[in-house]
Design a binder for this molecule. Structure first.
Ligand SMILES: [Fe+2]
Length: 318
């Protein structure tokens, strides 16, 4: 099978492409196919490949092209997941016939978020391979955060371009009910975490992304609690009304891979008396790169004291 026969259709003008006319199991290791997926992800941020029969190892290997695979299964949780496929985390709300959970997760609706932002090098790409769904099929939504940044008024861009945000850890922050009712952590805890640029540019397309923390009570480095919250309420309100989205209702055997660095995703919930089973694979991305990095100075030809004076202004800023 040749990569040239693959049909590529946009899901819409803002995000996502659908590939048809291929057998994913037989092309997944073809360098030309991997180049194509990489190029499509850089440009469209999401690649949807419906109705494929693939091995667990194929799903893992395909995702590993985008970064080292991450084991994100819940620690200490006894669940089946997928034997022999250590990088697949099963997301499911259901129990297998032996009473053991199929995987981690529940049936809650989720708010817009990017995965693992409190990590130093957050997840770069995520793949889903649907194994079982429920009726009606819950949709997963994806939003293009490059376009959201582009749509910001210039005055807002000027305000946020060089800010850094502390991404503190907050358990189950993506669930709708916890987002609505979960109390803030103490301020001291919210000041603890990796400080990521609020505007990052991602390796691949080098375009600026509005990179928001999920929690509106996160802290901007050097800002007060009140000013930080006002900014995140403003930026999330702006983001929510931007319609740069696609919605995918994943059916069994559908495969999708997306760029977690430059998008946010959300999902519908479903009734817990039905079981959905999704294979989930994550690869590590880069440490977020600021839109504008601080440059050093050229110290060639200077003595030690001169070099120290020349660089002080930059390094003292940290
Ligand atoms: Fe997620």
């Amino acid at each position: 099978m040749s990569v040239e026969n693959i049909r590529i259709e946009s899901l819409n003008e803002h995000i996502g492409v659908k590939l048809t006319g291929l057998d994913l199991e037989s092309v997944a290791r073809d360098p030309a196919f991997i180049r194509l997926v990489r190029q499509l992800l850089d440009e469209h941020l999401l690649v949807f490949i419906p109705q494929q029969t693939i091995e667990a190892n194929t799903a893992q290997e395909l995702t590993a092209n985008f970064g080292p695979l991450l084991d994100i299964k819940r620690a200490g949780n006894k669940a089946h997941h997928v034997e022999g496929a250590p990088w697949i985390k099963v997301i499911s709300n259901g129990l297998a016939p032996d009473g053991v959970p199929y995987g981690d997760g529940n049936s809650s609706a989720q708010i817009w978020h990017s995965d693992s932002t409190p990590w130093e090098a957050p997840v770069g790409h995520i793949a889903f391979y649907c194994r079982q769904t429920v009726d009606p099929v819950p949709k997963t939504y994806f939003k293009n955060m490059i376009k959201v940044y582009q749509a910001l008024p210039q005055a807002v861009k000027d305000k946020v371009d060089e800010l850094r945000v502390i991404h503190h850890f907050y358990p189950r922050q993506i669930e709708v009910a916890i987002h609505a009712n979960g109390p803030s952590m103490p301020l001291e805890d919210r000041k603890s975490g990796f400080a990521h640029p609020l505007v990052r540019r991602v390796v691949g397309n080098n375009k600026p992304v509005l990179y928001l923390p999920t929690r509106r009570d996160s802290i901007v480095q050097g800002w007060s609690e009140q000013d930080s919250r006002a900014l995140f309420e403003e930026l999330w309100a702006f983001t929510n009304q931007c319609d740069f989205d696609c919605a995918v209702g994943l059916q069994p055997d559908d495969f999708v891979i997306w760029d977690n660095r430059a998008t946010v995703h959300a999902r519908d919930g479903w009734s817990n008396d039905q079981t959905r089973i999704m294979w989930h694979i994550s690869s590590e991305g880069e440490i977020p790169t600021p839109l504008r990095t601080k440059r050093g100075v050229n110290t060639i030809g200077l003595d030690r004291d001169q070099a120290k004076a020349a660089t002080a202004a930059i390094y003292n800023d940290y």
